[in-house]
Design a protein around this ligand. Structure first.
Ligand SMILES: [Zn+2]
Length: 136
């Protein structure tokens, strides 16, 4: 759930200008309504952060508006299935460019390439292109 989706469940929402919102707390400690909005709502890094100055718990607040604590967490962005950590990308690029460098040196020295050499060179070139195109 996003911050705005959570705020849509509350009444008396006001932005206080510093990244936080105040709202009327729907929690159980406000039998006669929350006349002086006591709920602080903040955009956390992983989800919506709640604080009731009267002492309602986040679980109570969520329950009273029909949500669960889990709803406070932002949905995980799907990680692409084939994502390779950047450090591994660098290691692979280092390895493949070393192969290409050796091949270039051999070519300049006039050494003949075997079929295996050519296969390694083509493979290294393809890997470099594939990895760089994924990040450029
Ligand atoms: Zn409260």
């Amino acid at each position: 759930m996003t911050l705005n989706e959570f705020l849509s469940h509350l009444d008396g929402v006001r932005y206080n200008g510093t990244g936080d919102y105040t709202a009327k707390c729907p929690g159980p400690l406000h039998e006669h309504g929350d006349k002086h909005p006591s709920l602080s709502v903040t955009d956390g890094t992983k989800g919506v952060l709640l604080h009731c100055y009267a002492g309602c718990t986040a679980a109570d607040i969520c329950e009273d508006i029909g949500l669960s604590l889990g709803d406070l967490f932002y949905e995980q962005r799907a990680t692409p299935r084939n994502t390779i950590p950047p450090i591994d990308v660098l290691r692979i690029l280092q390895q493949e460019t070393t192969i290409l460098g050796i091949a270039a040196g051999d070519m300049l020295a006039g050494k003949p390439f075997t079929d295996d050499d050519l296969r390694l060179i083509q493979q290294a070139s393809a890997r470099v292109l594939k990895l760089t195109s994924a990040y450029l």
